[in-house]
Design a protein. Structure first.
Length: 81
């Protein structure tokens, strides 16, 4: 464990939407950045942070919900490569 309280899928969605991420029609979170479209792909037990490429989505990092947390300064922690 990372020393913080684990979060649930619903808590991750609540945090992300407060940070301007939008739920798409597939139930994943998307947000535009200077480097392109990012998404947090949500499954039953884990989340994957991905970036859109001309060849499809590329995973940047991922983590099980049990390992994820929101830090005191409002950042998502616990994802690994």
């Amino acid at each position: 464990m990372n020393g913080f309280a684990m979060i649930t899928k619903d808590e991750l969605i609540k945090w992300a939407t407060s940070e301007a991420w939008k739920l798409d029609r597939f139930g994943h979170l998307k947000k535009e950045f200077e480097n392109g479209t990012n998404r947090i792909k949500l499954s039953r037990i884990a989340a994957r942070h991905e970036i859109s490429t001309p060849f499809g989505w590329a995973r940047l990092r991922s983590g099980y919900y049990k390992d994820l947390s929101i830090t005191a300064d409002g950042k998502l922690a616990g994802m690994t490569r």
